[in-house]
Design a protein around this ligand. Sequence first.
Ligand SMILES: [Mg+2]
Length: 369
Amino acid sequence: MAEVPTPLSDLRLRGVRCTAVEVPLRYVLGTSAATVKAAPLLLVDVLTEQGVTGRSYVFCYRRSGAKPIASIVEDAAEVVHGERIAPVAMAAKLQRRFALIGVTGIVRMALSAFDMALWDAMAVAAGVPLATLLGAAPRPVQAYNSCGLGLMAPQAAADEAELLLEGGMRAVKLRLGYPTLAGDLAVTRAVRARLPDTVQLMVDYNQALSRAEALERGRALQSEGVSWLEEPIRHDDLEGNAQLARDLHLPVQIGENFDGPKDLLRALQAQACDLVMPDVARIGGVTGWMQAAGVAEAHGIPMSSHLMPEVSAHLLAATPTCHWLEYVDWTEAIAAEPVKIVDGCWPLGDKPGTGLAWDPKAIERYRLS
Ligand SMILES: [Mg+2]
């Protein structure tokens, strides 16, 4: 960490270092799509000639994702090696250079991870929080607890929901997608009954339903005290999502699968949702996020985040239609100083950059070979 600010005009890229780890989750997450007990993460460090290090990480979804993503990050760093650190210009150059292989999927994730680490390096060099570098005032960002609450028996879900209120959380998210509507309602009611009225409850189907099922279940959930209906159907069925958004007064939330800011634009042009929640590692890192935030603002759509709260909190502070930070504790096992939620908010402190710093012993322990 630079004690004395390094002039940004001097900051040059020396290289990158990628480390794959698999960290245990405190709360197992069983969704309609998969059961997650441990999270494979790729940690990316950007190294500069001036000795400043920029850090980021991405969730790889599958263990096998870590190596190819790392390989593309290293390739990208080679393309702009020795250049002055300028994430927007570098993103444009890399998009052109990777256009033929396709800037999507793991290529997008790799370029996003690299972009986030570049921005972190700039903020660390400047000695200011990332939010400050983006022109925002660092401030607490309201968070909902997205740990746990996977598919489980109603009473077990209610018990877990109560534990998730630690830190004064004022919202939690429940995964749905049981075989029947009755199953969804039983668990929703058990959790809702256990939570104080002041606590919001979001529900997430992880794309499990058909259009017809989504309409039926969405209608039933409208009178159950739920705040949003997340990914009820395939995320890329914009017409189906638009129909649901029209037919339901329960807000439809999508966005974690937007692949770059243009996907967000297309969804909003199709009126496919009431709310958006891009993932910083799929939307194009900090650079892509800020472009997406402008589009969301132009359409008057509230914007939340998906995973990676350490980076997303800074971005939401700089997002005109800032809505909710998705809080997960997935980096707790490897963070040098895990961030604690205070009064239901992620406290953006005054640490330079995103504040990401790893515990070297824990990294060794959870490293994937
Ligand atoms: Mg989701």
